[in-house]
Write a protein that binds this ligand. Structure first.
Ligand code: AP5
Length: 218
């Protein structure tokens, strides 16, 4: 199965994709996490991406598409993938469709996690991330068991530099201008599963799993 998780910054894509991928035994490809991992090693990719990420705008399509197409050729993607934060532009969506078709594969479903703008702002302002494994926490909604430490790997938690109020505003503007049009693109292809992303993390996960079960029967 090849599934895309689509939604605004803070909608819960990363939170849900990690657990759903584990449950369905799929690889989890999160382009934001890949760019942040690259920053640790100071790679050429990291240098190119950083300037865009700091501003809250999209990294250019050629850089992003190349990175994802290399990643999906890895053996752990054979059984399927959950794409989290990719594709984010029409060009990325078309490139992914074409690459999968070449391997006799296709996107099965697109889970669109819908959350109100007020809730997105609340979630992003309270988010802390693990520096090592990128697991997201929320200081009120899903705090770690030990303050400042990741439950999964014990890594240090930090606030993303692009979660400042000004950069969040820009990320939301970019989302509505460049990524939200993909809702219509996937809907026309008959692949869109809209899920209410408000409510507790477990509740939203159940809705996603239920809608994937129904969606995949189509
Ligand atoms: P990226 O890292 O992909 O960020 P994003 O899409 O802005 O999404 P977020 O990670 O902010 O939110 P999320 O939906 O994953 O929410 P989360 O689960 O963490 O991208 C960052 C940057 O990288 C981009 O700006 C761009 O520059 C670049 N980039 C990445 N992909 C790219 C691409 N394809 N093309 C070009 N550039 C790209 O949850 C948020 C918070 O809410 C957490 O604190 C969490 O604990 C909490 N929470 C989650 N669910 C719930 C719930 N149900 N109830 C209460 N709280 C919840």
């Amino acid at each position: 199965m090849y599934i895309v998780f689509l939604g605004a910054p803070g909608a819960g894509k990363g939170t849900q994709a990690a657990t759903v991928a584990g449950k369905l035994k799929l690889a989890h490809i999160a382009t934001g996490d890949m760019f942040r991992e690259a920053q640790k090693q100071e790679t050429e990719l990291a240098k190119q991406a950083r300037v865009y990420m700091e501003k809250g705008v999209l990294v250019p399509d050629d850089i992003t598409i190349k990175m994802v197409l290399e990643r999906i050729s890895a053996p752990d993607c054979e059984q399927g993938v959950i794409f989290d934060g990719f594709p984010r532009t029409l060009e990325q969506a078309k490139a992914l469709d074409e690459a999968l078709v070449k391997q006799d594969k296709m996107i099965d479903n697109v889970v669109y996690i819908k959350v109100s703008e007020a809730e997105l702002l609340e979630r992003l302002s309270g988010r802390w991330i693990c520096r090592q494994c990128q697991t997201p926490y929320h200081m009120v909604n899903s705090p770690p068991r030990t303050k400042g430490r990741c439950d999964r790997c014990g890594g240090e938690l930090y606030q993303r530099p692009d979660d400042t109020p000004e950069t969040v505003k820009e990320r939301l503007r970019v989302y509505f201008a460049e990524t939200a049009p993909l809702i219509d693109y996937h809907n026309r292809a008959g692949k869109l599963l809209e899920v209410d992303g408000e409510g507790g993390v477990d509740e939203v996960r159940e809705r996603i799993l239920e809608s994937l079960e129904k969606g995949s029967v189509k």
